[in-house]
Design a protein around this ligand. Structure first.
Ligand code: PHE
Ligand code: ZN
Ligand code: ZN
Ligand code: ZN
Length: 295
């Protein structure tokens, strides 16, 4: 699997920050900064050879958009989806939440194109609208898919907040190994968790599980029984002293002190966390999606 260039991921964040600054300081649902963000992502994917669609929906009297990008090829009945929400809250530019996940999956998609990857699975990337208003874009996408199309999606990987300044290294707990939360994810989720665990083990970074608590866009997928996974570096939760021992950073402080605030700018990014998570996205896409078929 490739090493995703951190500079490229950060260049996307600079673009998203500029879009927010030029549009009243945010990239929220129904605001001009959201559509500009969607057009930025779509433009980069179109130029790289993806088949893209801007899927619109209405929520709260405003039009929202999902960007859906398919990489031509692979088994059309065996789809790996990779997603991140692209909207911010109205309070700020949303660079860690969730420019970070959006940029990490965008640069992974662009790397797929640069390498002219011929995966076994069909790859589909998604940037969701209106997550901050209750997972509206991802819920719209899943509920509007015909059952036959939904059945082709064999796995969904979600990346929401992957550059938190006081980062933790969390992987969605597909097998509920800690016995907390609402239990394991759908069948197949544990395998997705294991692939991400393998990546972080390979770079010597310890990880912990985080429950499928319904707070991000995997929600509509797991409700339909689709296997899900992904990573997260923490939001408003407070880093414990045990976690600071494990990962460094500051105990007694939030993983992201600027969560949902105006200070969630390009200054609110831990480069090391962003770099590791972008590489984890690529590792998962290459390992799960692009495994060489047995001969
Ligand atoms: N989805 C939350 C938000 O966008 C953040 C979050 C992600 C919280 C993952 C928990 C787990 O505000
Ligand atoms: Zn948020
Ligand atoms: Zn988020
Ligand atoms: Zn687990």
């Amino acid at each position: 699997p490739p090493d995703i260039p951190l500079a490229n991921v950060k260049a996307h964040l600079t673009q998203l920050q500029s879009i927010a600054t030029a549009n009243g300081g945010n990239r929220a649902h129904g605001r001009p900064g959201y559509l500009a963000s969607a057009n930025y992502v779509k433009g980069r994917l179109d130029a790289a050879g993806f088949t893209t669609a801007l899927q619109s929906f209405t929520y709260n009297g405003a039009t929202g958009y999902n960007v859906i990008a398919d990489w031509p090829g692979g088994n059309p009945d065996d789809i790996l989806m990779v997603g991140a929400h692209l909207d911010s809250v109205t309070a700020g530019p949303g660079i860690n939440d969730n420019g970070s996940g959006s940029a990490a999956i965008l640069e992974t998609a662009l790397e797929v194109s640069r390498q002219a990857l011929q995966p076994t699975k069909h790859l589909r990337f998604a940037w969701w609208g209106a997550e901050e208003l209750g997972l509206r874009g991802s819920a719209f996408y899943v509920s509007n898919l015909p059952a036959t199309e939904r059945a082709k999606i064999k796995a969904y990987l979600n990346f929401d907040m992957v550059g938190s300044p006081n980062a933790g290294y969390f992987i969605y707990d597909g097998d509920d190994s800690d016995g907390t939360g609402s239990g394991p994810g759908p069948a197949g989720s544990a395998q997705l968790e294991r692939v991400l665990q393998d990546y972080f083990a390979s770079i010597g970074v310890p990880t912990r599980g985080t429950d499928f608590d319904g707070r991000s866009d995997y929600g509509p997928f797991i409700s339909r029984g689709i296997a899900a996974g992904g990573t997260f570096t923490g939001a408003e939760g407070i880093k414990s002293s045990a976690q600071a021992q494990l990962w460094g950073g500051t105990a007694g402080q939030a993983f992201d002190v600027c969560y949902h605030r105006s200070c969630d700018t390009t200054a609110n990014i831990n480069d090391n966390a962003l770099n590791r998570n972008a590489d984890a996205v690529a590792y998962a896409v290459w390992t799960i999606g692009a495994a060489v078929p047995p001969t």
